[in-house]
Structure formats: C-alpha cells, structure tokens
Design a protein. Structure first.
Length: 391
C-alpha cells in the first residue's frame, strides 16, 4: 500500500489548535457543475496543443489516502479557460471552467463557482443556475459545440447536432464544520444533525419539511467518510462533499468519470437500438441491401462497439486508490451503471446472434449457388459427351 508522508499525516490527523475551536457559523465552498457530452464515435490519437486559444495539458492529481504502490489514474487531455466574473445567485462571483477530452469521443465540461452562505438551504438556489444574461446550461452547450467545431478533424463520425448532455451538480463544503454553538464537530456528527437539510439541498427542495422521512433517508443513504473531517453524500442528480478544499479535486474527478460513463452508456444504448432495428429490417427482407453489405456493416459496428467498450472500461483505472474506489462504488450504484452494462451486454449478444445468423444465411446461399453451379456443369458435361457420341 502507498505510504502517507509525515507532513500529510500531521495535516490530516493532528487536532486544530484550541484557538480555532470556535468559528462563525455558515458555509464556504464551491458548487461544481459537471456536463458530459457524447460528441463522436471516437477520437484520433493525435497530439492537440491548443484548444479555444488555450494550451492543452494532461490532467493529473495526487493521492494521500491508502493506495497500492502501483497507482494508476486515467489522465485525459484538458484545457483551463480564462476565469470569468458573473452575477450569480449571491452576487458577483468568479467562474472557473475546465474542458477534458476523452479518446472515446466524449467531452466533459466542469464549471466551478465559489460561495459563502449563512444557511445550508441557501444552496438550493444554485440548482439550474441562471446568470444575468442566460442559463449556464445554454452557455455550456454552446461551449461544447465550439469544441467539436474546432476539433472536427480529430473526431471520428462526430454527432451533429449534439445529443442531450448528462449533467450533475456537486456541492463542496470546506471543513471543518461546526455545530450550533460554533464548536468544531466531525463531518459524520454534522451529517446526522443536518440530514434532512442535506436531503433538501440534493433534491432541490427549499422547504425540507415537505420531504417524507423515507425520502430524506433514501436521498442521503449513500454516504462515505474516511477522515473525521470529510464526507461524501451521493444522490441521483446531485452530491455533497465535505473536505479540505485541497482534497476536492480527486472526489470531483470520480464523479466526472462516472457521469461520463453514464453519458457514454446511454449513447452506446442508442447506437445498439438503432443498429438492432436496422438489422431486423435487413434480415426480414424489408431492406434492399445485399447480404454482403449487411454483414460488412454489422462487422464494422461490432468492431467499433468492442473498441468503445474497451475505452469505456479504461477510464476507470482510478481503482488503485481504495477510498476513491469506494466513492465510485456508491456513485455506480446510484447511477445504476451495472444495470446499464447488463442491458447493453444483452443487446450486444443479440447483435452477435443476428450477425452469426446473417453469416450462416450467406454461407448457405453461397453453398446453394456452388452446388447449383456444380450440377449445371455436370449436366453440361453430360450433354457434351452425349452430343459427341451421336456425332
């Protein structure tokens, strides 16, 4: 397992000095909006130096929790765009935007806004963010279109217009947190005290009292804590992270990868549905295409989908970190990623069956033609022999 340095252990384990045992109540942190776009069937393996006027770099983060010695982490290409100043729900804020490019034909865009609020429920207004001149959703979609337009020579069969993106919101609170008296408490203790409010923030309810006990417990049931001052709560449409700001990035990235997987699985499913529908028409005789053309297209698609599946699995190489793997496990359960994989595997097996059926039918037709040709040649040979005898 990876070793934690003395400095890291001291920073994360030693208690705060007594002078900091009290702090003003309220919350400080950032809201992170994640958007995953399936923009193409794939991406050529060519170097990209600049995008939208900014230098392209390789994304990477460290790890400070328990890790194996051989730590592996998927590192896509990324671009940080210039910081903007916009008017948000709480006034003038700085907006940080990052674009990540993945070889399986996906683009992930994250938008981060710092906040400082007196009450946890004030975070509800950050859902479906609206600026003074339009929605964040519209701006991000336009940004994705710009990326595809600039990189169109790199993309394999780009999807235009873009399909609907997969969006997710993460509320990141700086630790340590405090109780009603302003005393520092553990993240788990704070969670138990504010569970209903957390549920309201995640489900976009301004009044937590309208939620049933069952919903409040269900929407906050998937939570995880490693140190006393950190916490991750995962729901279907949003999540809550409590941690030191320096540790936000690694957890956010896990959500980003899971969100990308969900987006790509949905795209994968759409491709398979369209392909199966076409295959049924082709094999039932409704199509005028030749069997050879049908087999060629099915073969090419099977190769593309196999490559696509390999790339999709490749982006989850963060399992080298035990804590991140546990976080991902919660997200995968909430996103039903295993069910998506199972459904797609069933459709892929159906497609394979149709391919083999078409191949067998083509082989049968070929054999019939060969046997017919042999019979015709034999008959001709007999006729020639008989004509020779009579002559």
């Amino acid at each position: 397992m990876g070793e934690v340095t003395n400095a890291q252990a001291t920073a994360r384990v030693e208690p705060k000095p007594q002078i900091e045992s009290r702090r003003s109540r309220g919350y400080r942190g950032e809201v992170v909006y994640i958007y995953a776009f399936d923009v193409a069937l794939g991406m050529q393996d060519l170097p990209i130096s600049h995008l939208l006027g900014q230098t392209v770099t390789e994304f990477g983060i460290g790890q400070d929790k328990r890790s194996p010695r051989e730590f592996s982490f998927y590192k896509p290409q990324m671009v940080k765009l210039p910081v903007q100043e916009r008017v948000g729900p709480t006034g003038l804020v700085k907006v940080y935007r990052t674009i990540k490019l993945l070889p399986l034909g996906a683009v992930s865009i994250t938008v981060r806004l710092p906040f400082e609020v007196d009450d946890l429920l004030h975070l509800v207004q950050f859902h479906d963010l609206e600026f003074e001149d339009g929605s964040l959703h519209r701006e991000v979609r336009h940004l994705a279109e710009q990326v595809v337009d600039e990189l169109k020579t790199y993309y394999i069969k780009p999807h235009l217009p873009l399909v609907e993106e997969e969006a997710y919101t993460i509320f990141c609170l700086e630790s340590p947190l405090v109780d009603e008296e302003g005393k520092i408490i553990s993240a788990e203790s704070w969670f138990k005290l504010h569970r209903r409010e957390i549920a309201a923030v995640l489900t976009q309810e301004k009044d937590p009292s309208v939620l049933s006990d069952q919903e409040a417990e269900e929407s906050t049931s998937m939570y995880l804590s490693y140190y006393k001052d950190d916490l991750v709560v995962v729901d279907w449409d949003a999540a809550l992270i409590v941690d030191d700001p320096a540790e936000f990035d690694e957890s956010i990235y896990i959500f980003e990868l899971a969100n990308l997987q969900l987006s790509e699985l949905e795209a994968y499913d759409r491709i398979l549905d369209e392909t199966l529908e076409q295959a049924y028409d082709d094999l039932s005789g409704k199509s005028l295409r030749s069997r050879r053309a049908i087999l060629r297209d099915l073969k090419e698609l099977r190769i593309d989908l196999t490559r696509f599946s390999d790339e999709l699995q490749n982006i989850t190489k963060f399992f080298g970190d035990w804590h991140l793997a546990r976080v991902y496990e919660r997200i995968a359960r909430r996103f039903h990623l295993n069910e998506w994989h199972a459904a797609i595997d069933d459709k892929l097996r159906t497609l394979d069956s149709l391919y083999h059926l078409a191949a067998q039918e083509q082989d049968t037709r070929t054999m019939v033609w060969l046997e017919t040709a042999i019979v015709v040649l034999f008959v001709l040979d007999v006729i020639i022999i008989l004509l020779g005898v009579h002559i």
